[in-house]
Design a binder for this molecule. Structure first.
Ligand SMILES: O=C[C@H](O)[C@H](O)[C@H](O)COP(=O)(O)O
Length: 227
């Protein structure tokens, strides 16, 4: 029987954490895969295998988890991260990513753009040939005037809906909403530029040219994909 996805996600996380050295400044990702990386970091610090780490978390959930494990978590400053480790919702062959199904895209991008090395961890179901193949593109939007913003997005060809959780509109850590969008056959760099220039849009879940490598766990083992 092949190992279940949780086992695979943990394997990928452990491989990524093996790159961490004492004294590093780290970006901590968000989501069910990043959680395993934070737990492994906490384990290594508690065991004395790593020391003097400083971390910045990309969500309140990761912040709370990391602190509970004794990690030194602080605010985002302009200091570059030696390594950021995070999951992804889709991974293209060139390591362009869709992120944000966990709602943390803005803080993830703020942290990971400052990372010397962004390491992605995932199970094999996240690999796609083309971004948007399975996942929608999360777009964080301001609540004020959201209907006007959605009209603008639909005018750009977006089809989608505001994310809901337990029937209520999903609110991000930043107090914003998320529009989960699908776009047909667009150039991604151009789409990113257009979306970033759209009034009311805070950030998109397109992470282009950011990841250095990915550890992708499959039943046959962990594959290392380098950009
Ligand atoms: O907003 C959430 C993040 O982008 C996550 O890294 C992404 O959704 C992957 O999460 P998971 O590891 O739970 O699939």
């Amino acid at each position: 029987m092949s190992p279940d996805l949780e086992v695979l996600k943990k394997e990928a996380a452990i491989r990524a954490v093996s790159l961490i050295e004492s004294g590093m400044h780290l970006g901590l990702g968000t989501g069910s895969t990043a959680k395993y990386a934070i737990e492994e970091l906490g384990r290594k610090v508690a065991a004395g295998e790593l020391s003097n780490l400083t971390c910045v978390a990309t969500s309140q959930a990761s912040d709370v988890l990391a602190r509970s494990l004794g990690l030194d978590v602080g605010p985002l400053t302009p200091q570059a991260f030696d390594i950021a480790i995070d999951g992804a919702d889709e991974i293209a062959p060139n390591l362009d990513l869709i992120k944000g199904l966990g709602g943390a895209l803005v803080r993830e991008k703020l942290v990971e753009v400052q990372a010397k090395r962004l390491i992605i961890i995932a199970d094999h179901t996240k690999l796609v040939q083309t971004l948007g193949q399975k996942a929608p593109l999360p777009i964080e939007v301001l609540p004020f005037g959201v209907d006007s913003t959605l009209e603008r997005l639909k005018g750009l060809g977006a089809v989608g809906e505001l994310r809901r959780q337990s029937g209520e509109l999903y609110i991000t850590d930043n107090g914003n909403l998320i529009f989960d969008a699908r776009f047909a056959g667009q150039d991604l760099a151009e789409l990113e530029r257009t979306l970033k220039g759209t009034l009311g849009v805070v950030e998109t879940g397109l992470f282009l040219n950011m990841a250095e490598r990915a550890f992708v766990a499959a039943p046959e083992g962990v594959r290392e994909v380098v950009r």
